[in-house]
Write a protein that binds this ligand. Structure first.
Ligand SMILES: [Zn+2]
Length: 168
């Protein structure tokens, strides 16, 4: 972001509240680029066949597997977002059981990830538009190429006790 979305003047790094932030140089304009993270969901979906993973069709990590999820829509409850994203990507109807983690990957990836545990209650497992494949895996069947460190950690936690009794 180089110019102000309110008045199109240049933005400059200015110390605001002890942090350098891009802010508008026009004195009548109050725009500050706060650069707050975007919230996303990632859901651990349990089925009789195991944990559901999707194979990525788009960058980054095309061809790797990860938990289904995505960006939360405006005014959407995070748990509803989780249900919607799982349906879009896997064809499965799920019931969200609980929030099992909240984390941020860091390293310039400006998102906050809400991890949900859910169980499949219907639908048919079919890869959606964002995925090239979808599958359910038990612990010993997990694909080797699972991307995203936090997804790998949550998947490992799931297979430890399957309940997230010590969550977040
Ligand atoms: Zn401005």
């Amino acid at each position: 972001m180089k110019s102000c979305p309110q008045c199109a003047k240049s933005l400059k790094l200015i110390d605001i509240g002890g942090k350098d932030r891009l802010a508008c140089i026009e004195s009548k304009c109050d725009f500050v680029h706060w650069d707050n993270p975007k919230p996303v969901t990632a859901t651990l979906v349990t089925t009789d066949g195991g944990l559901v993973l999707v194979k990525r069709k788009f960058e980054p990590f095309v061809g790797d597997w990860c938990l289904p999820g995505g960006f939360i829509e405006a005014a959407e409850h995070p748990a509803q977002s989780a249900v919607r994203e799982v349906l879009e990507e896997t064809g499965l109807d799920v019931e969200v059981l609980k929030l099992v983690g909240a984390s941020a990957p860091g390293r310039g990836i400006n998102v906050v990830i809400l991890f949900y545990l859910a169980k499949a209650i219907g639908g048919e497992m079919i890869a959606g538009d964002d995925a090239s494949d979808v599958g359910a895996f038990d612990h010993h069947q997990l694909p080797k190429n699972i991307c995203f460190e936090l997804h790998r950690q949550m998947i490992a936690s799931y297979f430890k006790d399957r309940q997230f009794t010590a969550s977040i």
